[in-house]
Design a protein around this ligand. Structure first.
Ligand SMILES: [Zn+2]
Length: 133
């Protein structure tokens, strides 16, 4: 299965100061920001017109997290942490954290790492890592 998430990620800036963006959308009728971008309609008002692509900074706060000790695939290697992250722009995303021990309330940002996954077509992986406030 090909990953669609990686196609929706873009980076700007130098290698040392890259900022990761997720391609989401904004509804021009009600200004709702959502991720991922889709054409079914606005998740708030239901409108199907005026859904514009929007690059959302991959920055936010951990709302909940869990450690995974048993996983059906060989990668990512266990244990790893998954989290629900409330992006500063509003949408909630679920992501793998780049380190263990990050707790709810911690500020995180998206980082691109070389893929270690065995699935075909996956060249890079999005992780969320500790960010300065
Ligand atoms: Zn709307």
């Amino acid at each position: 299965m090909e990953s669609t998430l990686v196609k929706e990620i873009s980076c700007e800036g130098s290698a040392d100061h890259r900022e990761v963006f997720l391609t989401g959308m904004r509804c021009s009728a009600c200004d709702r920001v959502a991720f991922p971008r889709q054409a079914y309609g606005c998740e708030q008002c239901g409108g199907t017109e005026g859904l514009e692509a929007l690059d959302i900074p991959a920055k936010g706060v951990i709302v909940a997290s869990a450690l995974v000790h048993l996983h059906v695939r060989p990668e990512p290697a266990v244990p790893f942490a998954v989290a629900s992250v409330r992006l500063d722009a509003g949408p909630m995303v679920r992501a793998i954290l780049g380190e263990l021990g990050l707790k709810p309330g911690a500020r995180v940002k998206g980082v691109i790492e070389p893929a270690t996954h065995v699935e075909k077509g996956l060249k890079a992986a999005l992780r969320f890592a500790r960010a300065e406030s």
